[in-house]
Design a protein around this ligand. Sequence first.
Ligand code: FAD
Ligand code: SF4
Length: 290
Amino acid sequence: MRALAPVKYYTATSLQDACEKLNQAGGKGKVLAGGSDIVDWLRKRYMPTPEVLVDIKKLGLDTIETKEDGVHIGATVKLSDLGKAGIPMLAEAARKGPSPQLQNQATVGGNMCQNVWCWYYRLKDWNCYRKGGPICFVPGGRNQYHAIMEQKVCNAIVPGDVSVALTALNANVNIAGMEGSRTVPMKDFYIVLGNVLKPDEIITDIVIPEKPSKGVFLKSRTRGAIDFATASVALSTTSQGTTVALGGVAPIIPSGTPEEIRSALGKATPLSENRYKINIVKHLLSEAGA
Ligand SMILES: Cc1cc2nc3c(=O)[nH]c(=O)nc-3n(C[C@H](O)[C@H](O)[C@H](O)COP(=O)(O)OP(=O)(O)OC[C@H]3O[C@@H](n4cnc5c(N)ncnc54)[C@H](O)[C@@H]3O)c2cc1C
Ligand code: SF4
């Protein structure tokens, strides 16, 4: 097995300390949570690796608490502990994610921020657009697992199943950084080539404002036991109405009312090998009752 790329490791003693260490690293630092994705990056070196890792696991961000503004899920809560939030569709998204061993290691924040699993991106010699290169290899290459909507410059999909459920739940992401803290709705967390986090920012917790009276998470995957979604649908109904979110289909997580989602699907722009995903999404939407 290949050795890890050299990296400086810090155990953060407070949120302020963690943000300062990331800031001092000048864009070459990364948060370390469960490590299941970032260690793979350090080992495979498919693009320049971080020089500093800031471990946030001792910051007490591993609790689930109900407060006035909703259920707060700490960023380092493990996927296997998500059942404790009392929202079955969220636990289902975690359970249908990586293997049980990984669910015991991987955290909610890490699931949200993991790198994309585009096969060109994860190979060292393919310097694609998302890595700062000149081209996306997907439209002219193999693309059966890639995006069918919202593609701009990159056709990779958001890989985190839990993120899809959190988006349907209209969750808000609390973020700490050198310039203070801010809150971003889950629906705005992903952008064209990643997410809204600045290099010195850390997700502290995610807040679900209202538990749904109806919640559904459905996932289609090639291998039944463990696999990323070819497509997934999360739906939540609260006093505010019904929100649907789609996974496995775009570089962001499309969300909206059932009508808005069906309309967006009608405008999908599939690639040469992935038109089949449209029918899967339609089927999952009907199964979810959307
Ligand atoms: C074989 C395999 C199959 C998988 N299948 C699935 C699947 O079906 N569905 C699925 O959803 N996932 C799947 N995964 C991915 C897995 O869920 C992720 O590796 C895991 O969720 C990452 O969490 P972590 O805590 O280990 O993150 P880490 O590896 O510690 O971090 C990942 C990234 O997130 C950043 N980060 C972590 N926490 C924070 C934070 N609080 N604030 C800011 N940045 C942060 C890190 O800097 C890093 O860039 C699979 C992985 C493997 C290896
Ligand atoms: S889909 Fe995105 S990650 Fe994959 S090759 Fe294209 S630009 Fe790179």
